[in-house]
Ligand binder design. Structure first.
Ligand SMILES: CNc1ncnc2c1ncn2[C@@H]1O[C@H](COP(=O)(O)OP(=O)(O)OP(=O)(O)O)[C@@H](O)[C@H]1O
Length: 174
């Protein structure tokens, strides 16, 4: 797929007490899916500043965010490509709140199926369709990069991935 411009976005995932915080998107792009907290990078701010601002706007918390990956995402009906900077935060300050845009919820990161952890499992069937390929890298704190091209499936009446790849980076991001 081709594109003319690249738009910068952020997406932040908070980890605490063997759990990951996801938000159920209540409106707009990605509605009814679970995702990290994020949005557009505004012209006057850095990607990290945008990630911190969006996390506070959408979940009411602050966290020491570290860049862990990049997703390059293309879609039918979008002339722009999305460059999504993925951040990971260990712990947080403040109180997690529900906002007009997102309903936050904790999910278990425990690998043990029989864990007594009360938190529900990550809802892999309610994420963007290609997210399950890179969540293991996010969960294991491994730097990564990837690309996914989405096309409108006229039979199903929704955007579906037609081509994608994800790769692991070394500590220097190469
Ligand atoms: C395979 N494709 C994808 N996989 C995983 N995540 C994806 C994604 N495509 C977009 N995303 C994220 O979805 C959020 C949209 O943000 P969105 O609400 O539109 O932005 P923003 O809050 O700036 O908009 P408004 O303020 O409402 O205009 C933003 O975090 C962005 O990174």
């Amino acid at each position: 797929m081709e594109y003319s411009k690249v738009k910068l976005y952020t997406n932040a995932f908070i980890f605490h007490d063997k759990k990951i915080l996801l938000g159920y998107k209540k409106r707009g792009f990605g509605i009814h899916k679970y995702n990290g907290f994020g949005g557009k990078v505004e012209p006057e701010e850095t990607s990290l500043e945008a990630a911190a601002r969006e996390l506070e706007e959408e979940a009411g918390i602050k966290s020491p965010l570290k860049h862990i990956g990049v997703l390059f995402f293309l879609s039918d009906g979008e002339e722009n490509a999305f460059h999504i900077d993925i951040y990971r935060g260990e712990g947080f300050e403040g109180t997690v709140i529900e906002t007009d845009e997102m309903r936050p919820q904790w999910f278990s990161t425990a690998i043990d199926e029989h864990s007594s952890d009360a938190a529900p499992k990550i809802p892999y069937d309610q994420l963007w369709e290609t997210d399950p390929y890179w969540y293991p890298l996010l969960l294991s704190n491994t730097k990564f990069r990837g690309r996914a091209d989405f096309r409108m499936d006229s039979e199903k009446g929704k955007l579906l991935p037609c081509k994608w790849w994800y790769g692991v980076l070394d500590d220097e991001g190469k």
